[in-house]
Design a protein around this ligand. Structure first.
Ligand code: COI
Length: 354
């Protein structure tokens, strides 16, 4: 791997107490090009703009996928990633669906660990602080032929973050017209276009006072599938319910960790489809206690209320909230403040800066 250090760090200009999600990036980035049928020697270089031909395939056909992961620093300056092998497996699964060549495991982990070591000063200690790590890969071949590209760029960039929704109450609108994913489509992949297609319906929902949309199945709009960019969980009485993964649902790493952790804590879980009718009747009879989203950026995001057919429903604050218990536990595992019986934490090898 070729490594070029930034001449000067930008870190002294950053106000770490006032970070907006994903706006500031660290000093370095990882880049690896695919040409002539193979991934070339990877490189870490100073964070900088990249030059692209205007006809590059990604601008026209959106052949691109990404991942999101977080690095944490513990009180003894140890740097930790959460289940990075899952992110690695998923980016290649997403790539396969978008006809992007598989990225080699050793390039990914060598690049990721070295990049985190070089930019470790950007990972702040303390609850709520982390470094959001964004691996992504896109078609870079020049030319507007509508077919899979023969050139790609795999990159990793990193952004210091505090909390995603900055403490605001989240209200969601249940989708009655728009869809996020269809059977046989790309819903399970972290394809860039899946997110682009959400922006318009989400803007309409924002204008009506909601922060996110609960996506429903494309055929009937009856079944509740995801919450914005997150997987969705419901607590009915004391059972935690989430929809099964399929070709429409992202196989969320936070989602599967929550299911495993809940079972470990003795919380009953049920992975099954859940309909809007069940949601409304459980709200009506008082058995609906909580709704929350789960994803890498926010970990767990409690949902205070939902709107459906021009009616708003507000949830009471649940005592002994599952969302709060599960979030605390996962974040404490991520930050190396409690034991990790699942083997989820991955220590990043760091060198002492001189
Ligand atoms: C996640 O939280 O997992 C996401 O993908 C959010 C990202 C799109 C900002």
């Amino acid at each position: 791997m070729k490594i070029t250090h930034a001449q000067e760090s930008k870190i002294k200009n950053i106000d770490f107490d006032n970070l907006n999600f994903g706006e500031i990036f660290t000093d370095h980035m990882f880049v690896c090009d695919y040409k002539e049928g193979q991934w070339k020697t990877p490189e870490i270089m100073p964070y900088q703009p990249i030059q692209m031909d205007p006809s590059s395939s990604v601008f026209h056909y959106g052949q691109a996928v990404f991942e999101g992961m977080k690095a944490y620093k513990d009180d003894a300056d140890g740097v930790w990633l959460f289940r990075p092998e899952e992110n690695f497996a998923r980016i290649n699964k997403s790539s396969e669906r978008l006809s992007i060549p598989e990225f080699p495991e050793e390039f990914f982990f060598e690049g990721l660990e070295k990049l985190l070591d070089m930019d470790k000063e950007w990972i702040k200690k303390g609850a709520g602080n982390s470094l959001y790590v964004r691996p992504f890969v896109f078609a870079s071949q020049a030319g507007v032929q509508a077919s899979a590209s023969n050139a790609y760029k795999f990159m990793i960039i990193c952004s210091p973050v505090s909390s995603y929704y900055s403490g605001r109450e989240v209200h969601v609108q249940v989708a009655e017209k728009f869809s996020r994913a269809a059977a046989g489509g790309v819903g399970y992949a972290k394809a860039a276009g899946n997110y682009a297609a959400q922006f318009y319906p989400t803007t309409l929902a924002l204008n009506e006072g909601f922060q996110q949309i609960i996506w429903t199945d494309a055929n009937t709009h009856e079944y509740l599938e995801e919450a914005g960019t997150m997987n969705i969980f419901f607590r009915i009485n004391d059972t935690l319910i989430t929809t099964p993964t399929s070709d429409r649902i992202l196989d969320g790493i936070t989602r599967k960790s929550i299911l495993q952790l809940a079972a470990h804590l003795g919380i009953k879980t049920d992975v099954r489809p859940i309909s809007i009718h069940e949601l409304l009747s459980s709200k009506e009879d008082g058995s609906l206690k909580e709704i929350f989203g789960a994803g890498t950026a926010v970990v767990v995001s409690p949902i205070k209320g939902f709107g459906y057919q021009n009616k708003r429903h507000i949830l009471e604050d649940a005592p002994d909230s599952f969302a709060a218990i599960l979030k605390d536990h996962i974040v404490n595992i991520q930050r190396n403040v409690v034991p990790d019986p699942f083997g989820w934490r991955h220590e990043v090898k760091t060198t002492v800066s001189v």
